[in-house]
Design a protein around this ligand. Structure first.
Ligand code: PBG
Length: 336
């Protein structure tokens, strides 16, 4: 991807870079980055029930859906050629150990089955985390006010196994506990799910851009914040260490999250590692664009395409985005 520019022997007026920008045909010919619907993963929030659709106020166009409606949405995602869906669940009730996360009849497990029945060929990724399921809203087991790393690993592993058993193609741990990729890989293999892939949220920052998601998933921590497990936004070298460890532990794909404020981290990860890299264009990034577009301050289509292209240009192979369906429609309507 990184190419060295040959020494320029002749400058202006011989060399005119505007020549190749003159017409759309030329611009299209020399375009370095192209988006396709198959690059995009569409997140879905699932709730218990049937025929349930709850709009998320902070994320216009996003709704919590019951498994039947999530399956309908998945059919649409497949018809648009999207790369897959990523499922988050809102449990019937929360408790200190987040037990619905690893329940066989948990809402995500139900949704995976419903989607796989409706569209067997659509890629289904499940978020592995406890924060939507715990009454305290943290991503792990809390002991004496502290999120206990090693006690959490077993619950995460059980969650991943139950999602794989429901039919998930890929499990995506987003909790940021140390050692979770290894624990999940071992548990999946022990349970016979050697072919279930792991997309590790390796470089996940403690970001204010997750604000609207926490409304959608009802997952805001009831005390404190996530800075003792998610990364400090100031650190990039540490991201490379997180990624290296996750690869060592068995990650098949890695992720940088959020995307826009961390394009440098995506680019550095791209240079350092050969695995597929995903970037999460998170809720706050989505809501900012929606709000400005609704106010008439931005051209939404052009801004979304520019953002997604930038994330891919930085080095991401896979983009998780709430704009996925709209972006796929725009891509299918244009000729390049
Ligand atoms: C769960 C999780 C979060 C997101 C994805 N998985 C929230 C958080 O860590 O607080 C954020 C996604 C988004 O903002 O779109 N741990």
């Amino acid at each position: 991807m990184e190419t060295v520019t040959a020494p320029v022997t002749a400058g202006f007026p011989t060399r005119r870079l505007r020549r190749l920008r003159r017409t759309e045909a030329l611009r299209r010919l020399v375009r370095e980055t192209r988006l396709a619907p198959s690059d995009l993963i569409y997140p879905l929030f699932v709730v218990h029930g049937q025929g349930v659709r709850q709009e998320v106020a902070a994320m216009p166009g996003v709704a919590r859906l019951s498994p039947d409606l999530a399956a309908a949405e998945a059919e649409e995602a497949f018809a648009l050629g999207l790369g897959g869906v990523l499922l988050f669940g809102l449990p019937a009730s929360k408790d200190p150990l987040g037990s619905e996360a690893y329940a066989d009849d948990g809402v995500v497990q139900q949704a995976v089955r419903a989607i796989k029945r409706a569209v067997p060929d659509l890629l289904v990724i499940t978020d592995v985390c406890l924060c939507e399921y715990t009454d305290h809203g943290h991503c792990g087991v809390v002991r004496d006010g502290v999120v206990d790393n090693d006690q959490t690993l077993d619950l995460l592993a059980r969650t991943a196994v139950s999602q794989a058993a429901a039919g998930a193609d890929v499990v995506a741990p987003s909790d940021m506990m140390d050692g979770r990729v290894g624990a999940i890989r071992a548990a999946l293999d022990r349970a016979g799910f050697t072919e279930t892939a792991i997309l590790a949220y390796s470089a996940k920052y403690a970001s204010a851009f997750y604000g609207p998601f926490r409304e959608a998933a009802d997952s805001a921590p009831r005390f404190g914040d996530r800075r003792s497990y998610q990364m400090d936004p100031a650190n990039a070298r540490e991201a490379l260490q997180e990624i290296a460890l996750d690869i060592q532990e068995g990650a098949d794909m890695i992720m940088v999250k959020p995307a826009l404020a961390y394009l440098d981290v995506i680019a550095r990860a791209r240079q350092a590692f050969g695995l597929p890299i995903a970037a999460y264009n998170v809720s706050g990034e989505y809501s900012m664009v929606k709000a400005a577009a609704r106010a008439g301050w931005l051209d939404e289509q052009r801004v979304v395409m520019e953002i997604l292209t930038a994330i891919k240009r930085a080095g991401a192979d896979i983009i998780i985005t709430y704009h996925a369906k709209e972006a796929a429609r725009w891509l299918l309507a244009r000729k390049d």
